[in-house]
Design a protein around this ligand. Structure first.
Ligand SMILES: C[S@@+](CC[C@H](N)C(=O)[O-])C[C@H]1O[C@@H](n2cnc3c(N)ncnc32)[C@H](O)[C@@H]1O
Length: 352
């Protein structure tokens, strides 16, 4: 039945399948510039009730959230220099580089080597004007040249479409893959380690603190029970365990029942909040007076840190807050890019 659906889909779209890759339960189909991910997996709620789920996603370049607004606040002009702390697929960076031609430079950070390779490809036309660094933005002070302070610094937190769509990275609860979730694959800590090795009370803490998950205790208990029999290695196994721990009504809620636990594991795996807390003061120190910092957050934990630090600095007259309230994406942007729906942008200007 699934193959029939696929054939019909391809016939309708007039696409020829050029390449088929099968890994875990995911099929990757490539056709020219289009990459489709097809995930086939099952849930067991209750154990006797199998549900097959077919999801198709088109792999395309990450669409930058709130790009127009970010660029308006950064205000790039010819020959100015910028830092993009989260280069991803280089969507924001490309607009900045276009506007800072002919000699403006951009330093781009990403913890993910694959992201840097993609950015390098997408931004190749800018040649020597870009410098890409495979490191945590929390270390940005190591790379900033004090003689040429940047005119603006951008943070666009979280993960890119390429990362969430690749089942091998383990970020998505919609696809079957190893419980990895590392941005930087040189790092030792993985989500699988956390799930299988953390004691129950630490699991509860991270699910509560980083996922704001109301069934944190039940889920942590179910994980501990399950892993006694065999380790939980794959994303879909974890989804199943979460499904067994929460009430039936939760399984039907608007937000997928695994969302919060997956967010919590990602935040813990990558020490994401610590990185933001460390990086923002370093960005302020590195910035040229009169320059702008723009930070785009995707959940309240990130936004809270940005908001409090910006307020604190404004009280000390170090900065002027340019966004009294966070900027949210417009309805047309959300329609075009549903991933942008939770984005919040805050901007400040460094005082003299
Ligand atoms: C939302 S994406 C950025 C998308 C980008 N603005 C664009 O237009 O394509 C976030 C990127 O930041 C990277 N990232 C997340 N945390 C990081 C950190 N602490 N240091 C450096 N890069 C990080 C992720 O690997 C991901 O590629």
């Amino acid at each position: 039945m699934i193959l029939e659906k696929l054939k019909a889909f391809y016939k309708k779209k007039k696409l020829a399948v050029w390449k088929l890759e099968i890994s875990n339960r995911n099929w990757k189909l490539e056709n020219g510039n289009n990459r489709f991910l097809i995930s086939i997996f099952h849930y067991q709620f209750p154990v006797s009730n199998f549900q097959f789920h077919l999801s198709m996603q088109k792999h395309t370049r990450h669409l930058p959230a709130l790009a127009k607004e970010a660029i308006e606040f950064l205000g790039p002009k010819p020959n100015q220099n910028f830092i993009d702390c989260t280069i991803g697929d280089g969507g924001h960076a490309e607009v900045i580089l276009d506007k800072t031609a002919p000699r403006g430079k951009l330093v781009g950070f990403d913890r993910d080597e694959q992201a840097l390779n993609r950015a390098r490809k997408f931004l190749s036309k800018f040649g020597e004007r870009i410098q890409l660094i495979n490191d945590n933005f929390a270390n940005l002070d190591k790379y900033v040249d004090t003689a040429s302070k940047p005119d603006g610094i951008l943070f666009d937190f979280g993960f890119s479409s390429a990362e969430i769509q690749d089942p091998e990275r383990g970020f998505s609860f919609h696809a079957s893959g190893p419980l990895d979730m590392r941005f930087d694959r040189r790092q030792e800590l993985t989500a699988a380690h956390i799930v299988n090795m953390y004691v129950e009370k630490d699991l509860v803490r991270i699910f509560r603190q980083y996922g704001e998950e109301r069934y944190a205790l039940k889920i942590a208990r179910q994980i501990v029970q399950t892993r006694k029999k065999s380790p939980i290695a794959m994303t879909q196994e974890l989804v199943r365990v979460i499904g067994q721990a929460v009430p039936a009504s939760y399984l039907r809620s608007r937000i997928h029942f695994a969302t919060r636990v997956f967010q919590a594991l990602r935040v813990e795996t990558n020490a994401e909040l610590e990185a933001i807390e460390a990086a923002l003061p370093k960005a302020l120190a590195a910035l040229k007076p009169g320059g702008t910092i723009v930070a785009i957050s995707f959940h309240s934990l990130e936004d809270r840190i940005v908001k409090h630090l910006f307020k604190d600095w404004a009280k000390q007259d170090l900065v002027k807050i340019l966004t009294k309230k966070p900027i949210r994406p417009s309805e047309p942007e959300i329609e075009n890019n549903p991933r942008a729906r939770s984005a919040k942008l805050r901007a400040i200007q460094k005082q003299k």
